[in-house]
Design a protein around this ligand. Structure first.
Ligand code: SAH
Ligand code: SF4
Length: 358
């Protein structure tokens, strides 16, 4: 099997292709010019192009399907070389804006939501990804290629600023080594130049790995999928809470190096009659005391076979208003791409049901 070129940092590539400036040229072809073959890389010596073609692939992913939502979000299903499938979602956050004289004020703003594993070991009760069990980790290149393929598909210029969230399928901190490598490859100035402070790693709360990620000091943002404020309920929703309880997560968050101007994001998936009461909101305020935090309330997105229900918008707003009244920053995540079932794992599941993908 051929090696995946996107698996390599520029420094690693520089060890293989000598002299090392060749690595910079290759990065330019892969990440700026979006080359389809090594043959196109005309500033490389012919023999080198042939060797690269022999040994490496530029295409670790094949797009199996693409669904566009009315709000401009696009959901992708990719097939890996071994037939497994993963999802990524392009979210349109803001339309382009223009000055009065017609010149561009800013481009469309995008966030790309990427997967880090095929399936997930964590097994949260509300999550569709968990239902299929765990298959395998993605390599760094398989993570990077999701964004690259979306750029190519959408014709997004390589200098366009996008944000990345590791909120697709899988638990990123359960695949920390490859995720950390992907963060570095994404941020290479000769590559996609997506700086770590525009990348957010979302975790179900593997406290020891949060500490490890913090020690790496990559400069990424951290998001915690909290979803419940007492251990008993959290344990029911997220079995991982037995190993890493809420106190251990908060301790790890306090130790995490956060960029001066940034906050730690706490995701709170709101499920009707489970965790949508004001009592929970009160406990949440207490829990976040002294932490530079921002809360993102997420509507539970139902799927066939689940007993959990989508919360009422009034309860969402009441929850939000309580937090705001206590000085805690809180937003409600718009259910972007809801009509294309954009919550994690849902497109893949649909395909599985149809017998299409693995
Ligand atoms: N494993 C990581 C990242 C992937 S899950 C984590 O748990 O943080 C990304 C987010 O999707 C999590 O906050 C998760 O709670 C949320 N999610 C899972 N199932 C969902 C559903 N049915 N509706 C809405 N959000 C969901
Ligand atoms: Fe895994 Fe995140 Fe889904 Fe939990 S919510 S099962 S951690 S992907």
């Amino acid at each position: 099997m051929k090696k995946i070129i996107q698996d390599y940092t520029k420094e690693e590539l520089g060890e293989i292709v000598k002299p090392p400036f060749r690595a910079k040229q290759i990065y330019n072809w892969v990440y700026h010019k979006h080359a389809d073959s090594f043959g196109q890389m005309e500033n490389l010596p012919k023999a080198m192009r042939a060797e690269l073609e022999e040994e490496f692939t530029l295409h670790p992913l094949t797009m199996l399907s693409r669904q566009e939502s009315r709000d401009g979000s696009v959901k992708y299903l990719f097939e890996l070389h071994d037939g497994h499938t993963v999802e990524a979602v392009l979210l349109l956050m803001k339309e382009a804006q223009y000055h009065e004289d017609g010149t561009l004020k800013h481009h469309r703003r995008y966030t790309v939501c990427i997967s880090s594993q095929v399936g997930c070991k964590v097994g949260c009760a509300f999550c569709l990804t968990a239902k299929g069990g765990f298959m395998r980790d993605l390599s760094a290149g398989e993570i990077v290629a999701q964004v690259l393929e979306i750029y190519k598909d959408q014709g997004i210029p390589s200098n366009h600023r996008v944000n990345l969230v590791y909120m697709g399928m899988g638990e990123p901190l359960d695949n920390l080594e490859n995720v950390a490598k992907a963060v570095k490859i994404f941020s290479d100035m000769d590559g996609m130049s997506i700086s770590p402070n525009r990348q957010t790693i979302s975790t179900s709360g593997l406290s020891s790995k949060i500490e490890k990620l913090g020690a790496m000091d990559l400069g990424v943002n951290l998001a915690i999928s909290l979803h419940a404020v007492d251990d008993e309920l959290r344990q029911q929703l997220m079995p991982i809470n037995k190993a890493y309880n809420i106190a251990s997560i908060m301790e790890a968050v306090r130790n995490f190096p956060v960029n001066q101007r940034k906050k730690v994001l706490f995701e709170y998936l709101v499920i009707k009659d489970v965790n949508d009461d004001l009592g929970a909101a009160k406990k949440l305020v207490k829990l976040l005391n002294g932490i530079k935090a921002k809360v993102n309330l997420i509507y539970f997105n139902p799927y066939p076979g689940t007993d959990f229900k989508r919360p009422d918008p009034e309860d969402m707003r009441r929850f939000q208003e309580y937090l705001l009244s206590k000085g805690v920053l809180c937003t409600i995540r718009e259910s972007k791409g809801l009509d294309i079932s954009a919550a994690c794992g849902q497109l893949r599941e649909q395909k599985l049901q149809e017998g299409g993908a693995q």
